[in-house]
Design a protein around this ligand. Sequence first.
Ligand SMILES: *Cc1c(COP(=O)(O)O)cnc(C)c1O
Length: 453
Amino acid sequence: MENKILLTEQEIPRFYYNIMADMPNKPLPPLHPGTKQPITPDLLEPLFPRDLILQEVSTERYIEIPREVREIYAKYRPSPLFRARGLEKMLDTPARIYYKYEGVSPAGSHKPNTAIAQAFYSYVSGAKRIVTETGAGQWGTALAYACQKFGLECEVYMVRVSYDQKPYRKIMMNTFDASVYPSPSDRTEFGRRVLAENPDSSGSLGIAISEAIERALQDPQAHYALGSVLNHVLLHQTIIGQEAIIQMEKAGDQPDIVVAPFGGGSNFAGIAFPFLHKNFSEKQNIRCIAVEPTSCPKLTRGEFRYDFGDTAGMTPLLPMYTLGHDFMPPSIHAGGLRYHGAGVLVSQLLKDGLIDAVAKDQASCFKAGLDFIKAEGIIPAPEATHAIATVIDEAMKCKEEGTEKTILFNLCGHGYFDMASYESYLSGELKDATISNEEISQSIASTNELQPQ
Ligand SMILES: *Cc1c(COP(=O)(O)O)cnc(C)c1O
Protein backbone atom coordinates (compact mmCIF):
# COMPACT_ATOMS: atom_id res chain seq x y z
CA MET A 1 0.00 0.00 0.00
CA GLU A 2 1.90 3.01 -1.22
CA ASN A 3 0.83 6.34 0.24
CA LYS A 4 3.68 8.50 -0.95
CA ILE A 5 4.81 8.58 -4.55
CA LEU A 6 8.26 10.04 -5.06
CA LEU A 7 10.37 10.73 -8.13
CA THR A 8 14.13 10.91 -8.50
CA GLU A 9 16.03 14.12 -9.22
CA GLN A 10 16.51 12.88 -12.80
CA GLU A 11 12.75 12.93 -13.22
CA ILE A 12 12.44 16.70 -12.63
CA PRO A 13 10.85 17.96 -15.86
CA ARG A 14 13.29 19.79 -18.17
CA PHE A 15 10.68 21.95 -19.86
CA TYR A 16 7.80 24.19 -18.82
CA TYR A 17 4.50 23.50 -20.57
CA ASN A 18 3.03 26.54 -22.35
CA ILE A 19 -0.74 26.13 -22.67
CA MET A 20 -0.90 29.03 -25.14
CA ALA A 21 0.22 26.56 -27.84
CA ASP A 22 -2.90 24.44 -27.34
CA MET A 23 -5.66 26.92 -26.48
CA PRO A 24 -8.48 26.88 -29.03
CA ASN A 25 -8.97 30.64 -28.52
CA LYS A 26 -5.80 32.57 -27.80
CA PRO A 27 -6.18 35.27 -25.15
CA LEU A 28 -6.90 38.83 -26.27
CA PRO A 29 -3.83 41.11 -26.21
CA PRO A 30 -3.00 43.38 -23.25
CA LEU A 31 -3.82 47.01 -24.13
CA HIS A 32 -2.14 50.32 -23.46
CA PRO A 33 -4.55 52.19 -21.15
CA GLY A 34 -4.05 55.48 -23.04
CA THR A 35 -4.29 54.38 -26.67
CA LYS A 36 -6.30 51.16 -26.05
CA GLN A 37 -3.97 49.55 -28.61
CA PRO A 38 -2.07 46.29 -27.97
CA ILE A 39 1.09 47.03 -26.01
CA THR A 40 4.50 46.43 -27.50
CA PRO A 41 7.05 44.40 -25.51
CA ASP A 42 9.45 47.37 -25.20
CA LEU A 43 6.97 49.00 -22.78
CA LEU A 44 7.63 46.15 -20.35
CA GLU A 45 11.41 46.33 -20.63
CA PRO A 46 11.96 48.77 -17.75
CA LEU A 47 10.22 46.26 -15.48
CA PHE A 48 11.07 42.73 -16.62
CA PRO A 49 14.06 40.88 -18.08
CA ARG A 50 13.78 40.18 -21.80
CA ASP A 51 13.56 36.41 -21.40
CA LEU A 52 10.39 36.77 -19.33
CA ILE A 53 8.81 39.22 -21.79
CA LEU A 54 9.43 36.65 -24.53
CA GLN A 55 7.89 33.91 -22.40
CA GLU A 56 4.89 36.15 -21.73
CA VAL A 57 3.97 36.13 -25.43
CA SER A 58 5.45 32.80 -26.51
CA THR A 59 3.33 30.23 -28.31
CA GLU A 60 6.00 27.49 -28.14
CA ARG A 61 4.54 24.42 -26.44
CA TYR A 62 7.67 23.60 -24.40
CA ILE A 63 10.19 26.05 -22.99
CA GLU A 64 13.45 24.72 -21.58
CA ILE A 65 14.11 25.16 -17.86
CA PRO A 66 17.63 26.61 -17.43
CA ARG A 67 20.15 24.28 -15.78
CA GLU A 68 20.84 26.80 -12.97
CA VAL A 69 17.13 26.85 -12.15
CA ARG A 70 16.82 23.06 -12.18
CA GLU A 71 19.78 22.81 -9.80
CA ILE A 72 17.98 24.97 -7.24
CA TYR A 73 14.70 23.12 -7.83
CA ALA A 74 16.55 19.93 -6.91
CA LYS A 75 16.77 21.23 -3.33
CA TYR A 76 13.04 20.52 -2.87
CA ARG A 77 11.77 19.00 -6.12
CA PRO A 78 10.30 16.72 -7.23
CA SER A 79 7.70 17.39 -4.54
CA PRO A 80 5.87 14.37 -3.09
CA LEU A 81 2.45 13.17 -4.18
CA PHE A 82 0.40 11.55 -1.44
CA ARG A 83 -2.59 9.27 -1.52
CA ALA A 84 -4.93 10.73 1.12
CA ARG A 85 -5.90 7.40 2.63
CA GLY A 86 -6.63 8.99 6.00
CA LEU A 87 -9.07 11.46 4.47
CA GLU A 88 -10.70 8.77 2.31
CA LYS A 89 -11.24 6.69 5.43
CA MET A 90 -12.59 9.61 7.45
CA LEU A 91 -15.09 10.45 4.69
CA ASP A 92 -15.86 6.78 4.04
CA THR A 93 -15.86 7.57 0.34
CA PRO A 94 -15.27 5.32 -2.65
CA ALA A 95 -13.32 8.23 -4.23
CA ARG A 96 -9.54 7.96 -4.42
CA ILE A 97 -7.95 11.22 -3.26
CA TYR A 98 -4.40 12.35 -3.99
CA TYR A 99 -2.55 15.56 -3.24
CA LYS A 100 0.60 17.13 -4.56
CA TYR A 101 2.40 18.75 -1.63
CA GLU A 102 4.22 22.01 -2.45
CA GLY A 103 4.72 22.88 1.23
CA VAL A 104 8.14 21.16 1.09
CA SER A 105 9.77 24.15 -0.64
CA PRO A 106 12.04 26.50 1.35
CA ALA A 107 9.26 29.12 1.42
CA GLY A 108 6.58 26.55 2.27
CA SER A 109 4.50 27.03 -0.90
CA HIS A 110 4.56 26.60 -4.68
CA LYS A 111 5.84 30.16 -5.17
CA PRO A 112 9.59 29.41 -5.36
CA ASN A 113 8.91 27.52 -8.62
CA THR A 114 8.55 30.87 -10.38
CA ALA A 115 10.60 33.03 -7.98
CA ILE A 116 13.76 31.04 -8.76
CA ALA A 117 13.19 31.31 -12.52
CA GLN A 118 12.41 35.03 -12.34
CA ALA A 119 15.44 35.81 -10.16
CA PHE A 120 17.65 33.82 -12.54
CA TYR A 121 16.51 35.76 -15.63
CA SER A 122 16.92 39.10 -13.81
CA TYR A 123 20.38 38.06 -12.66
CA VAL A 124 21.59 37.10 -16.15
CA SER A 125 20.20 40.35 -17.55
CA GLY A 126 22.39 42.34 -15.12
CA ALA A 127 19.76 43.69 -12.67
CA LYS A 128 20.90 44.37 -9.11
CA ARG A 129 17.61 44.15 -7.25
CA ILE A 130 13.99 43.06 -7.53
CA VAL A 131 11.04 44.95 -6.06
CA THR A 132 7.77 43.19 -5.40
CA GLU A 133 4.55 43.08 -3.40
CA THR A 134 3.28 40.30 -1.21
CA GLY A 135 -0.12 39.43 0.27
CA ALA A 136 0.08 36.79 2.95
CA GLY A 137 3.86 36.87 2.65
CA GLN A 138 4.25 33.66 0.67
CA TRP A 139 5.41 35.35 -2.50
CA GLY A 140 7.73 37.75 -0.69
CA THR A 141 9.34 34.83 1.13
CA ALA A 142 9.79 32.90 -2.09
CA LEU A 143 11.34 35.86 -3.92
CA ALA A 144 13.55 36.75 -0.94
CA TYR A 145 14.88 33.18 -1.00
CA ALA A 146 15.41 33.21 -4.77
CA CYS A 147 17.10 36.64 -4.84
CA GLN A 148 19.47 35.59 -2.12
CA LYS A 149 20.46 32.54 -4.22
CA PHE A 150 21.56 34.81 -7.08
CA GLY A 151 23.01 37.65 -4.95
CA LEU A 152 20.20 40.11 -5.81
CA GLU A 153 18.67 42.59 -3.36
CA CYS A 154 14.97 42.16 -2.63
CA GLU A 155 12.52 44.91 -1.61
CA VAL A 156 9.03 43.80 -0.60
CA TYR A 157 5.77 45.76 -0.12
CA MET A 158 3.59 43.66 2.16
CA VAL A 159 -0.17 44.21 2.43
CA ARG A 160 -0.71 45.95 5.78
CA VAL A 161 -3.26 43.48 7.20
CA SER A 162 -0.92 40.53 6.62
CA TYR A 163 2.11 42.50 7.87
CA ASP A 164 0.24 42.86 11.17
CA GLN A 165 -1.41 39.40 11.22
CA LYS A 166 1.60 37.41 10.03
CA PRO A 167 4.80 38.87 11.51
CA TYR A 168 6.70 35.60 11.13
CA ARG A 169 6.53 35.76 7.34
CA LYS A 170 8.11 39.20 7.49
CA ILE A 171 10.88 37.93 9.76
CA MET A 172 11.43 34.99 7.42
CA MET A 173 11.95 37.42 4.53
CA ASN A 174 14.39 39.38 6.70
CA THR A 175 16.38 36.20 7.34
CA PHE A 176 16.89 35.97 3.57
CA ASP A 177 18.12 39.62 3.71
CA ALA A 178 15.02 41.18 2.09
CA SER A 179 13.74 44.64 3.14
CA VAL A 180 10.02 44.52 3.95
CA TYR A 181 7.63 47.50 4.19
CA PRO A 182 3.93 47.53 5.10
CA SER A 183 1.75 48.74 2.22
CA PRO A 184 0.36 51.39 1.86
CA SER A 185 3.73 52.91 2.79
CA ASP A 186 5.09 56.44 2.79
CA ARG A 187 7.91 55.37 0.44
CA THR A 188 5.91 55.91 -2.74
CA GLU A 189 3.73 58.66 -4.10
CA PHE A 190 0.83 56.26 -4.52
CA GLY A 191 1.19 54.89 -0.98
CA ARG A 192 1.24 58.42 0.46
CA ARG A 193 -1.90 59.24 -1.51
CA VAL A 194 -3.76 56.19 -0.14
CA LEU A 195 -2.62 56.97 3.42
CA ALA A 196 -3.76 60.58 3.10
CA GLU A 197 -7.26 59.37 2.24
CA ASN A 198 -7.34 56.57 4.77
CA PRO A 199 -4.55 56.42 7.37
CA ASP A 200 -5.93 53.08 8.65
CA SER A 201 -6.04 51.41 5.24
CA SER A 202 -5.52 47.65 5.63
CA GLY A 203 -4.03 47.64 2.14
CA SER A 204 -4.63 45.28 -0.75
CA LEU A 205 -2.55 43.39 -3.25
CA GLY A 206 -3.53 45.96 -5.89
CA ILE A 207 -2.13 48.84 -3.81
CA ALA A 208 1.05 46.93 -3.01
CA ILE A 209 1.56 46.12 -6.70
CA SER A 210 1.26 49.81 -7.55
CA GLU A 211 3.86 50.71 -4.95
CA ALA A 212 6.32 48.06 -6.12
CA ILE A 213 5.96 49.08 -9.78
CA GLU A 214 6.46 52.73 -8.90
CA ARG A 215 9.71 51.89 -7.08
CA ALA A 216 10.99 49.62 -9.87
CA LEU A 217 10.29 52.28 -12.53
CA GLN A 218 12.35 54.84 -10.59
CA ASP A 219 15.39 52.59 -10.40
CA PRO A 220 17.18 51.55 -13.62
CA GLN A 221 18.96 48.70 -11.82
CA ALA A 222 15.75 47.23 -10.48
CA HIS A 223 13.27 44.79 -11.92
CA TYR A 224 9.74 44.19 -10.80
CA ALA A 225 8.41 40.68 -10.23
CA LEU A 226 4.90 39.34 -9.87
CA GLY A 227 4.08 36.10 -8.07
CA SER A 228 0.89 35.25 -9.95
CA VAL A 229 -1.47 36.29 -12.77
CA LEU A 230 1.04 36.81 -15.62
CA ASN A 231 1.52 34.15 -18.31
CA HIS A 232 5.19 33.51 -17.53
CA VAL A 233 4.37 32.95 -13.83
CA LEU A 234 1.72 30.36 -14.69
CA LEU A 235 4.18 28.80 -17.14
CA HIS A 236 6.85 28.24 -14.47
CA GLN A 237 4.33 26.56 -12.18
CA THR A 238 3.54 23.84 -14.74
CA ILE A 239 6.40 21.86 -13.29
CA ILE A 240 3.87 20.83 -10.57
CA GLY A 241 1.37 19.19 -12.90
CA GLN A 242 4.03 17.61 -15.08
CA GLU A 243 5.52 15.87 -12.05
CA ALA A 244 2.03 14.91 -10.89
CA ILE A 245 1.31 13.22 -14.22
CA ILE A 246 4.36 10.96 -13.82
CA GLN A 247 3.50 10.29 -10.18
CA MET A 248 -0.13 9.41 -10.97
CA GLU A 249 1.17 7.01 -13.63
CA LYS A 250 3.44 5.41 -11.03
CA ALA A 251 0.43 5.07 -8.74
CA GLY A 252 -1.37 3.32 -11.61
CA ASP A 253 -4.15 5.90 -11.47
CA GLN A 254 -5.36 8.96 -13.37
CA PRO A 255 -7.43 11.89 -12.03
CA ASP A 256 -11.01 12.54 -13.14
CA ILE A 257 -11.00 15.80 -11.21
CA VAL A 258 -8.14 18.22 -10.48
CA VAL A 259 -8.75 20.90 -7.82
CA ALA A 260 -6.71 23.91 -6.71
CA PRO A 261 -7.34 27.13 -4.79
CA PHE A 262 -7.43 30.29 -6.84
CA GLY A 263 -5.88 33.69 -6.12
CA GLY A 264 -4.52 34.92 -9.44
CA GLY A 265 -4.23 31.48 -10.96
CA SER A 266 -0.64 30.30 -10.62
CA ASN A 267 -0.96 27.21 -8.45
CA PHE A 268 -4.18 26.26 -10.23
CA ALA A 269 -2.47 26.60 -13.60
CA GLY A 270 0.56 24.78 -12.26
CA ILE A 271 -1.31 21.62 -11.46
CA ALA A 272 -4.14 21.87 -14.02
CA PHE A 273 -2.51 22.99 -17.29
CA PRO A 274 -0.49 19.79 -17.88
CA PHE A 275 -3.70 17.80 -17.36
CA LEU A 276 -5.58 20.14 -19.72
CA HIS A 277 -2.86 19.27 -22.23
CA LYS A 278 -4.12 15.68 -21.95
CA ASN A 279 -7.64 16.95 -22.64
CA PHE A 280 -6.39 18.81 -25.70
CA SER A 281 -4.02 16.21 -27.09
CA GLU A 282 -5.54 12.89 -25.97
CA LYS A 283 -9.21 13.89 -25.97
CA GLN A 284 -9.49 13.16 -22.27
CA ASN A 285 -12.13 14.77 -20.11
CA ILE A 286 -10.37 15.71 -16.88
CA ARG A 287 -12.41 18.27 -14.96
CA CYS A 288 -10.30 21.10 -13.52
CA ILE A 289 -11.89 23.16 -10.72
CA ALA A 290 -10.55 26.50 -9.45
CA VAL A 291 -11.75 27.39 -5.93
CA GLU A 292 -11.98 31.02 -4.85
CA PRO A 293 -13.25 32.56 -1.59
CA THR A 294 -16.84 33.87 -1.55
CA SER A 295 -15.39 37.16 -0.28
CA CYS A 296 -13.37 37.73 -3.48
CA PRO A 297 -15.45 35.98 -6.15
CA LYS A 298 -14.04 37.18 -9.48
CA LEU A 299 -14.46 33.87 -11.29
CA THR A 300 -18.02 33.14 -10.15
CA ARG A 301 -19.45 36.66 -9.82
CA GLY A 302 -17.02 38.91 -11.69
CA GLU A 303 -17.15 39.83 -15.36
CA PHE A 304 -14.84 39.08 -18.27
CA ARG A 305 -13.53 42.46 -19.47
CA TYR A 306 -10.44 44.63 -19.70
CA ASP A 307 -9.13 45.89 -16.38
CA PHE A 308 -5.96 47.04 -14.68
CA GLY A 309 -3.91 44.44 -12.82
CA ASP A 310 -3.34 46.91 -9.95
CA THR A 311 -5.28 49.54 -8.02
CA ALA A 312 -3.44 52.65 -9.19
CA GLY A 313 -3.85 51.75 -12.86
CA MET A 314 -0.15 51.46 -13.71
CA THR A 315 -0.30 48.09 -15.50
CA PRO A 316 -1.51 47.41 -19.04
CA LEU A 317 -5.20 46.58 -19.41
CA LEU A 318 -5.68 42.82 -19.18
CA PRO A 319 -8.63 40.83 -20.54
CA MET A 320 -9.74 38.91 -17.50
CA TYR A 321 -12.46 38.00 -15.04
CA THR A 322 -12.46 40.88 -12.59
CA LEU A 323 -14.39 42.51 -9.76
CA GLY A 324 -13.00 45.90 -10.76
CA HIS A 325 -9.50 47.06 -9.86
CA ASP A 326 -10.61 49.07 -6.86
CA PHE A 327 -12.64 46.27 -5.36
CA MET A 328 -11.53 46.05 -1.72
CA PRO A 329 -11.96 42.48 -0.48
CA PRO A 330 -12.67 41.98 3.22
CA SER A 331 -9.65 41.02 5.33
CA ILE A 332 -9.94 37.23 5.22
CA HIS A 333 -7.27 34.85 6.45
CA ALA A 334 -6.49 33.39 3.04
CA GLY A 335 -4.60 36.59 2.12
CA GLY A 336 -3.21 34.99 -1.04
CA LEU A 337 -6.73 34.80 -2.49
CA ARG A 338 -7.60 38.49 -2.05
CA TYR A 339 -6.91 39.64 -5.60
CA HIS A 340 -9.54 41.41 -7.73
CA GLY A 341 -8.74 39.69 -11.02
CA ALA A 342 -7.72 36.40 -12.59
CA GLY A 343 -4.82 35.58 -14.90
CA VAL A 344 -5.49 36.10 -18.61
CA LEU A 345 -4.88 32.45 -19.56
CA VAL A 346 -7.18 31.08 -16.90
CA SER A 347 -9.82 33.71 -17.68
CA GLN A 348 -9.93 32.71 -21.34
CA LEU A 349 -10.14 29.01 -20.45
CA LEU A 350 -13.04 29.71 -18.09
CA LYS A 351 -14.81 31.83 -20.68
CA ASP A 352 -14.46 28.96 -23.16
CA GLY A 353 -15.91 26.47 -20.66
CA LEU A 354 -12.70 24.44 -20.49
CA ILE A 355 -12.35 24.74 -16.71
CA ASP A 356 -14.78 25.16 -13.80
CA ALA A 357 -14.87 27.58 -10.87
CA VAL A 358 -16.58 27.45 -7.48
CA ALA A 359 -16.56 29.75 -4.44
CA LYS A 360 -16.26 28.64 -0.81
CA ASP A 361 -16.77 30.60 2.38
CA GLN A 362 -14.00 30.93 4.92
CA ALA A 363 -15.68 29.00 7.73
CA SER A 364 -16.35 25.86 5.67
CA CYS A 365 -12.78 26.01 4.41
CA PHE A 366 -11.30 26.06 7.90
CA LYS A 367 -13.62 23.23 8.91
CA ALA A 368 -12.36 21.19 5.95
CA GLY A 369 -8.81 22.17 6.86
CA LEU A 370 -9.23 20.79 10.36
CA ASP A 371 -10.66 17.52 9.02
CA PHE A 372 -7.63 17.28 6.76
CA ILE A 373 -5.23 17.95 9.64
CA LYS A 374 -6.77 15.15 11.67
CA ALA A 375 -6.82 12.77 8.73
CA GLU A 376 -3.43 13.54 7.16
CA GLY A 377 -1.36 15.36 9.81
CA ILE A 378 -0.32 18.30 7.64
CA ILE A 379 -1.54 21.81 8.49
CA PRO A 380 -2.62 23.40 5.20
CA ALA A 381 -2.25 27.08 4.32
CA PRO A 382 -5.67 28.81 4.63
CA GLU A 383 -5.60 29.23 0.83
CA ALA A 384 -5.20 25.48 0.33
CA THR A 385 -8.21 24.71 2.55
CA HIS A 386 -10.40 26.06 -0.28
CA ALA A 387 -9.29 23.16 -2.45
CA ILE A 388 -9.79 20.72 0.42
CA ALA A 389 -13.38 21.89 1.03
CA THR A 390 -14.19 21.30 -2.63
CA VAL A 391 -12.43 17.92 -2.67
CA ILE A 392 -14.54 16.85 0.31
CA ASP A 393 -17.72 17.99 -1.50
CA GLU A 394 -16.75 15.95 -4.57
CA ALA A 395 -15.77 12.92 -2.49
CA MET A 396 -19.13 13.06 -0.68
CA LYS A 397 -20.91 13.24 -4.04
CA CYS A 398 -19.07 10.04 -5.02
CA LYS A 399 -20.31 8.45 -1.82
CA GLU A 400 -23.93 9.46 -2.47
CA GLU A 401 -23.80 8.37 -6.09
CA GLY A 402 -21.69 5.30 -5.43
CA THR A 403 -19.13 6.40 -8.04
CA GLU A 404 -15.41 5.77 -7.79
CA LYS A 405 -13.74 8.92 -9.02
CA THR A 406 -10.10 9.85 -8.66
CA ILE A 407 -9.54 13.34 -7.30
CA LEU A 408 -6.20 15.14 -7.27
CA PHE A 409 -5.62 18.45 -5.56
CA ASN A 410 -2.83 20.91 -5.03
CA LEU A 411 -1.83 21.27 -1.41
CA CYS A 412 -0.01 24.40 -2.49
CA GLY A 413 1.42 25.37 0.88
CA HIS A 414 1.62 24.60 4.58
CA GLY A 415 -0.01 26.74 7.24
CA TYR A 416 2.65 26.71 9.95
CA PHE A 417 2.86 30.50 9.89
CA ASP A 418 -0.93 30.84 9.87
CA MET A 419 -1.71 29.51 13.32
CA ALA A 420 -3.34 32.81 14.35
CA SER A 421 -6.00 32.23 11.69
CA TYR A 422 -6.64 28.70 12.96
CA GLU A 423 -6.88 30.15 16.45
CA SER A 424 -9.53 32.62 15.38
CA TYR A 425 -11.52 29.80 13.76
CA LEU A 426 -11.17 27.52 16.80
CA SER A 427 -12.20 30.28 19.20
CA GLY A 428 -15.29 31.03 17.10
CA GLU A 429 -14.16 34.57 16.28
CA LEU A 430 -13.90 34.09 12.57
CA LYS A 431 -16.35 36.23 10.64
CA ASP A 432 -17.33 35.87 7.01
CA ALA A 433 -18.32 38.95 5.08
CA THR A 434 -21.00 38.75 2.42
CA ILE A 435 -20.76 40.95 -0.63
CA SER A 436 -23.88 42.33 -2.25
CA ASN A 437 -24.58 42.30 -5.96
CA GLU A 438 -24.74 46.12 -5.88
CA GLU A 439 -21.26 46.31 -4.41
CA ILE A 440 -19.92 44.08 -7.17
CA SER A 441 -21.71 45.79 -10.05
CA GLN A 442 -20.62 49.20 -8.77
CA SER A 443 -17.01 48.21 -8.58
CA ILE A 444 -17.13 46.54 -12.00
CA ALA A 445 -18.79 49.62 -13.49
CA SER A 446 -15.63 51.59 -12.66
CA THR A 447 -13.95 49.70 -15.51
CA ASN A 448 -16.54 50.78 -18.13
CA GLU A 449 -14.35 53.55 -19.46
CA LEU A 450 -11.45 51.13 -19.90
CA GLN A 451 -13.18 48.98 -22.50
CA PRO A 452 -11.93 49.33 -26.10
CA GLN A 453 -14.56 50.62 -28.50
C1 LIG B 1 0.00 32.87 -3.35
C2 LIG B 1 -0.69 31.70 -2.89
C3 LIG B 1 -1.95 31.37 -3.42
C4 LIG B 1 -2.69 32.19 -4.43
O1 LIG B 1 -2.02 32.49 -5.60
P1 LIG B 1 -2.21 31.67 -6.95
O2 LIG B 1 -1.39 32.42 -7.93
O3 LIG B 1 -3.65 31.67 -7.30
O4 LIG B 1 -1.68 30.32 -6.72
C5 LIG B 1 -2.55 30.23 -2.95
N1 LIG B 1 -1.97 29.46 -2.01
C6 LIG B 1 -0.76 29.74 -1.49
C7 LIG B 1 -0.19 28.84 -0.46
C8 LIG B 1 -0.08 30.87 -1.91
O5 LIG B 1 1.11 31.14 -1.40
